[in-house]
Design a protein around this ligand. Structure first.
Ligand code: HAM
Length: 446
């Protein structure tokens, strides 16, 4: 029988030697968002298909070509979420969060699924960090949202991202724009792909993000939405820019950004990199003032963005962005014989309760092999417990980075080891900062 050892095309494993980096990046994003008032929301990985066809829009590439849709055993059409906004808005409406103080600010870390052609930075299962700010129409919210993404990138030390912004207007001014687009594309009809011919009748704006080379060439000379937006939308956009200027956030206005999802209105934006190949949009978002109504709720002007974790990690790798070192185990207790291993287990349990990371032998290895293993783990300290240590009631804590070894009583080892850790930490600080420790009695500190 053939081994099942290959992951599905377009999916990725995140192995233990890498996962701590993602964990750090994700936690940093959640923490920064929390300072802006965002609280985490978790929604199901699958939803009724209708949520996305109505929310994201049934003329979008995502809905037409990329969704993982299937009938469940009850015959209902179900879709794996291709993005996080529709689910967050559904939850907001379903649970009456509109009755809470507005705006409701929610953040999420989710896996998303799109049946796209895999390439660098484009996967079929990928992960997004996203935020949604539900229930505000004010342009200050647009700028604050953009400043959150900006803050995340600067905090992580990511450089060279270009912030591109645009306004794609409201349904009123969109009508005029659609007419202009329609007549432009009507004149190029002979060269458009099948899907775009269908879009021409239903939503000509979607032709602008068609991936076929011929259609995208035609789209380059299409009328630009910014030339068609109404006075209100224009005024809104001006205030957004004013806030960004005041916050010293550099941006360029790119009138060709329309975003690939139908729910957007007014401000849209992307953070783009030139360093990770064709899939350079690391983060994208904007307003979606009509989505709540499209899903059957009351008018709830809202906005948000999502940031692709895999693309961000690719970029950080390309830039060699410094990341904190992976946490190493603090102590390895090597043991010889059963009695010693039981004692190691007991000591490890109480030290772990105190928040210290400890490992001991759970593979029945020789002491030599255990020490080799501990070395590979990169532990800071080791102790060996064998018959003679049990007999004498004493063990020696060995500093694996070449520091002094310290003898400790087995009786009360947990307390002694903790004190030793604190003393080492204090000594380290004193060493680096040149603090005079001579008059300090360490025992008074604990
Ligand atoms: P989106 O532009 O479709 O927007 O996706 C946001 C980000 O997810 C992209 O900028 C990219 O970094 C990442 N991404 C998208 N597709 C893939 C893929 N196939 N493989 C790897 N990464 C990918 C949205 O999803 C909106 N829901 C964003 C939003 C939130 N707008 C308002 N609120």
């Amino acid at each position: 029988m053939a081994l099942v050892t290959k992951a599905i095309k377009g999916t990725q494993d995140l192995l233990p030697n890498e996962s701590y980096k993602n964990r750090y990046v994700e936690q940093t994003m959640l923490d920064i968002a929390s300072k802006f008032g965002y609280k985490e929301i978790r929604t199901p990985v699958f939803e009724y298909t209708e949520l996305f066809s109505r929310g994201v829009g049934d003329t979008t590439d995502v809905v037409q070509k990329e969704m993982y849709t299937f009938d469940d055993k009850g015959g209902r059409s179900i879709t794996l979420r291709p993005e996080g906004t529709a689910g967050a808005m559904r939850a907001f409406l379903e649970h009456g969060l509109f009755n809470e103080p507005l705006p409701q600010k929610v953040s999420y870390l989710t896996s998303c699924y799109r049946y796209e052609k895999p390439q660098a930075g484009r996967l079929r299962e990928f992960h997004q960090f996203g935020v949604e700010c539900l229930g505000t129409a004010a342009p200050a919210a647009d700028a604050e949202l953009i400043s959150l993404a900006h803050e995340i990138f600067s905090h992580l030390g990511v450089e060279g991202l270009r912030l591109e912004i645009n306004s794609i207007g409201c349904p009123t001014c969109r009508k005029k724009y659609h007419e202009a687009l329609h007549s432009y594309f009507e004149s190029k009809k002979a060269d458009l792909c099948e899907t775009c011919l269908d879009r021409l009748g239903r939503n000509p704006m979607r032709i602008l993000d068609c991936k076929s080379p011929v259609c995208s060439e035609i789209a380059k000379d299409a009328p630009k939405v910014l030339d068609y937006i109404c006075e209100d939308c224009s005024a809104h956009f001006e205030v957004v820019k004013k806030h960004l200027d005041a916050m010293n956030i550099p941006y360029v206005v790119n009138p060709t950004i329309v975003r690939g999802l139908d729910y957007y209105t007014r401000t849209v934006f992307e953070f783009v990199s030139e360093q990770i190949g064709a899939q350079g949009t690391v983060c994208g978002g904007g307003r979606y003032d009509g989505l709540a109504e499209q899903l059957g709720g009351n008018s709830t002007p809202s906005l948000g963005f999502a940031l692709g974790i895999e693309r961000l990690m690719l970029l950080m790798q390309a830039q060699n962005t410094p990341l904190p070192e992976e946490e190493k185990p603090d102590l390895y207790i090597a043991s010889m014989g059963e009695e010693a291993t039981v004692l190691a287990a007991k000591l490890a349990a109480s030290l772990r309760e105190e928040g210290i990371s400890v490992q001991y032998d759970v593979a029945g290895r020789s002491v030599k092999a255990q020490m080799k293993f501990a070395n590979k783990l990169g532990v800071r300290n080791t102790v060996v417990i064998g018959d003679s240590e049990i007999e004498s009631g004493k063990v020696t804590v060995k500093d694996m980075n070449g520091g002094e070894s310290v003898e400790m009583e087995l009786d009360g080892f947990e307390d002694s080891y903790q004190s030793y850790l604190i003393q080492s930490a204090v000594a380290e600080i004193a060493g680096t900062d040149g603090i005079d420790m001579s008059g300090i009695n360490l025992a008074d500190l604990f």
